[in-house]
Design a protein around this ligand. Structure first.
Ligand SMILES: Cc1ncc(COP(=O)(O)O)c(C=O)c1O
Length: 402
């Protein structure tokens, strides 16, 4: 059975604005990292009210390069949430450190902050909290936890010494534009890593950015230079700065990586940034319609807007009260028959083969399992009309009555 109406989960919202920006770059004679990427970095920093931003090829690259800049590696532990996408944890293994997974708090998608504090050992160098669905974590509570355990921290280089405690690296793949406790995503954690992947609120097709907070003893420009070196083969001058005919010479400072952003991608991002508020207001409308339409059903929804926080409306996670995963999967199939795409965020990491092979057991993460067991994520994107949102809410009402 195929429905007339099709509501995709998260199609990219690309307008004539982005198309024209990309055409201009394609015709400009410079398509890889260059002036557009630098402009996009400036714009991201202005948006997040930080001094600087670095744009790279993905949030995964941003997380990994940040761990490398901090000199985190073999023998170190880095803590993240069990309830996330693999990228939050795999980067820890990529640098040779040990991923430590913490359960979420009961009934919450946020890491259990008390468990986080207990998980900090003499080997812990960083924590990667995950801003799930566009709602920022409670960074006040996370700073409390790392300061409580300050005595256990053993810095192994000057940058770690400047922090003098476990470093907070936000996995903000979902939270560009969100705010909590008066801080924008990008300003709260020591480092914040955004994703501009195709399904995100603001996209560059693939891409990411890092911002960081000012700290005494930490030089902003020096950090920026480190990201440049690490993301471009440790080469001391990028291709753009040596494009002049007689400026060929460069040095390789270290054997580094290759994860720079292209100007083609940055051009999409610049167009998206100009339309961000308009796209956000459309997401907000869908959230309002869903909240109203589902309020009398046995469906728990996330609170995207409260007195202390403002989400960016990235994902609309729901939980079907008292239902099993099996019921939810059938429910999702019925939605699909009505043309509505849905998803699950997330199957907790300890349920995946790679993490099982590392010794993680879901039995040790009962809260994460409970959240997963009846979770269904509804379509939420800026291409949806209000009519689409009413249709989704009505369809859910009907399915749950059956
Ligand atoms: C929570 C989370 N972290 C990290 C990432 C990785 O982002 P990227 O694809 O930009 O590397 C994703 C991707 O969807 C994600 O959902």
């Amino acid at each position: 059975m195929c429905s007339e109406r099709q509501i995709p989960f998260s199609p990219p919202d690309i307008s004539e604005e982005e198309i024209q920006q990309v055409i201009r770059v394609l015709k400009s004679g410079w398509i890889t990292t260059g002036p557009k990427t630098k402009r996009f970095e400036q714009k991201i920093a202005e948006f997040c009210r930080t001094k600087k931003a670095v744009c790279l090829s993905s949030a995964t690259a941003c997380l990994e390069m940040t761990l490398r800049i901090l000199g985190i590696g073999p023998g170190d532990e880095v803590i993240t949430s069990a309830y996330t996408y693999t990228a939050s944890a795999s980067v820890i293994a990529h640098v040779g450190a040990i991923p430590v997974l913490v359960d979420v708090a009961k009934g919450s998608y946020e890491m259990d902050y008390t468990q986080l504090e207990h998980a900090i050992t003499e080997r812990t160098k960083a924590v990667i909290p995950v801003d799930l669905a566009g709602i920022m974590c409670d960074y006040d509570r996370i700073y409390d936890a790392v300061y409580q355990k300050k005595e256990l921290f053993h810095p192994q280089n000057d940058l770690q010494k400047a922090f003098g405690r476990v470093v907070i690296i936000a996995d903000a793949a979902h939270s560009f534009g969100a705010a909590r406790h008066g801080m924008l995503s990008g300003q709260a954690a020591d480092f914040t890593c955004f994703s501009f992947h195709a399904v995100k609120n603001l996209t560059t097709a693939e891409g990411g950015a890092v911002t960081w907070r000012g700290m005494s003893g930490i030089d902003y420009e020096e950090l920026y230079r480190k990201y440049m070196l690490l993301s471009l083969h440790g080469q001391d001058r990028d291709a753009f700065s040596k494009r002049e005919a007689d400026a060929w010479e460069y040095d390789i400072i270290s054997l580094a990586y290759k994860c720079n952003m292209t100007d083609v991608a940055a051009a999409i991002g610049l167009g998206q940034l100009d339309r961000y508020e308009e796209m956000m207001s459309r997401r907000k409308k869908v959230i309002g319609i869903y909240n109203e339409g589902l309020k009398d059903l046995k469906v728990q929804v996330l609170n995207h807007f409260g007195p202390a926080h403002r989400s960016n409306g990235h994902l609309y996670l729901t939980r079907l009260t008292d239902k099993s995963r099996e019921y939810c999967d059938i429910f999702m199939r019925k939605l699909a028959q009505k043309g509505i795409s849905s998803n699950v965020h997330y199957k907790p990491l300890p349920m995946h083969t790679a993490y099982k092979n590392m010794g993680f057991r879901i039995e040790n993460y009962p809260n994460a399992y409970e959240m997963f067991e009846n979770e269904v994520t509804l379509p939420l994107n800026s291409k949806m009309t209000e009519d689409d949102a009413y249709y989704v809410a009505e369809t859910i009402k009907r399915i749950l009555k059956d």
